[in-house]
Design a binder for this molecule. Structure first.
Ligand SMILES: Cc1cc2nc3c(=O)[nH]c(=O)nc-3n(C[C@H](O)[C@H](O)[C@H](O)COP(=O)(O)O)c2cc1C
Length: 239
């Protein structure tokens, strides 16, 4: 039995492993953070998200448009990975990302088209959580977006087989060379499964961290679902 167990069931004593020791006394967000005046927040979450995203860009947060997409698989087991936020439909409450339909996440979304997006901007101590239904764009729209991508991005997508076991890196290089050849022959070629998805939020939470733990949380909930009308209510949450 490892001597680095984090809890000892025989004595009910909690002991930190060396990793736990490394992490102890490193509270997050010990820096000057913005004050979130939730009273003055917009009536809808889209514009507030755009504000916070622009704040993150201006503050120098690295990759502020990289978010975690969480889905569930066929057994109901959660899965998560990071991906790039491509656009925001601020008025319609839509968060847009691109992915391969024939990938684990694409198959999970086909089976269960609900997902969560989450982002943390460390320099600002801000988190945003978005939950909702995910809808794919029309194939022609996804194809058009694909053709606007850099050649490198198109080649990577054309290689395909995402998340399948890879025998060797040389096998990848060979497949990339083949994809490059195909693209040279037909510059309009589109990876068949390339898909733009929009997560239509039904719930969005803005979380402003505070070094003294007086975090401010504001959750927006969409009302009138299914009516085609976008309306929101909001409430503060206990931290
Ligand atoms: C910074 C960063 C950005 C990424 N952007 C995307 C993206 O926009 N779309 C995508 O499909 N995968 C993106 N990935 C790769 C995914 O995290 C993931 O490895 C891949 O999509 C396979 O996920 P899956 O097996 O759950 O389908 C990105 C990874 C990183 C680290």
């Amino acid at each position: 039995m490892s001597e680095h167990r984090t809890s000892d069931h025989r004595t009910d004593v909690h002991r930190l492993s060396p990793v736990g020791e490394l992490l102890r006394d490193r509270p997050p967000m010990v820096r000057v953070l913005p004050v979130f005046e939730a009273d003055g927040a917009p009536a809808e979450p889209g514009p507030l998200f755009v504000d916070w995203l622009v704040n993150a860009l201006e503050a120098g947060v690295l990759d502020p448009h990289v978010m975690t997409l969480s889905t569930v698989d066929a057994d109901g087991v959660p899965d998560a990975r990071v991906l790039v936020l491509r656009d925001v439909d601020a008025a319609g409450g839509g968060w847009v990302f691109a992915a391969e339909a024939d990938s684990p996440k694409g198959r999970q979304l086909a089976l269960s088209p609900m997902a969560a997006l989450s982002v943390y901007w460390p320099l600002l101590g801000r988190q945003v959580r978005v939950r909702g239904a995910v809808e794919p764009a029309l194939p022609a729209v996804s194809a058009d977006e694909f053709r606007q991508r850099s050649p490198g991005a198109r080649i990577a997508a054309l290689v395909g087989r995402q998340s399948e076991p890879l025998g060797s890196l040389a096998a990848y290089d060979l497949a990339a060379d083949e994809a490059q050849l195909l693209l040279d022959t037909d510059p309009g070629l589109v990876a068949t499964g390339h898909t733009l998805y929009t997560l239509r939020a039904h719930e969005v939470e803005f979380w402003q961290g505070d070094a003294a733990r007086r975090h401010v949380r504001l959750r927006y909930t969409r009302t009138g679902l299914g009516t085609g009308r976008v309306a929101w209510t909001s409430t503060l949450l206990w931290p």
